[in-house]
Design a protein around this ligand. Sequence first.
Ligand SMILES: Nc1ncnc2c1ncn2[C@@H]1O[C@H](COP(=O)(O)OP(=O)(O)OP(=O)(O)O)[C@@H](O)[C@H]1O
Length: 225
Amino acid sequence: MIELDNVAYSYSGGALLAGMSLQLAPGSFHFLTGPSGAGKTTFLKLCYGALRPTGGALRLFGSDIAAMDRDAVALMRRRVGVVHQDCQFLDHLPVADNIALPLTVSGQASPDQGANLRELMTWVGLSDRAGALPPELSGGERQRAALARALILSPEVILADEPTGNVDWEMSQRLLRLLIELNRMGKTVLIATHDMALIRAAKAQVSARVLRIAGGTLQTAGAEL
Ligand SMILES: Nc1ncnc2c1ncn2[C@@H]1O[C@H](COP(=O)(O)OP(=O)(O)OP(=O)(O)O)[C@@H](O)[C@H]1O
């Protein structure tokens, strides 16, 4: 599904990541951890084609990204739902419109989208907040709205960057339950997080592999968990 073969990435300031090899199999559940600034967000950006490797080979859904033009990358991206670390919204649009925005932008708006949207908002527990504006939402509501927006195009893979970064333990558990439920529905899930307690809680419920970026490369986390 997502395959890295000796992938490297350098920003203009110099090499950041190197020698990264990994296969994210369909239906798998991964955590990605590592110190601040190690390159977790950069790694996620590679996984959804926002950045192209500066070395090695990256295959997304069987296609080598080096051979994909901009349109092919845009089409491929619909298969990946991303929950961004800063979860920004258009503040003048109601929450429901923000969640539906990827449908409009990708030209997939349809007459029956209202029912799907309502179902998704109920699933994340925001059915009574559809008309609220984003600045009126709590941190946990913002994260759930960001998750719903990432799911509106029914992606096969969910990449979540610190999805529980700004919420309390109870809300982080609620978000985790949603992500586990998605995985049980067959979605491939990768969560970047610093939160070791969250990883331990997840491992009690789901078979998850823990990856760590440190020293510029990707490792499988060891017994510290
Ligand atoms: N667009 C960019 N241009 C140059 N350097 C960048 C760019 N984006 C990120 N970096 C640098 O790359 C390094 C890794 O950043 P990244 O955001 O991937 O780390 P991270 O592990 O996600 O960090 P955090 O846990 O703090 O979110 C940092 O040193 C950062 O300053």
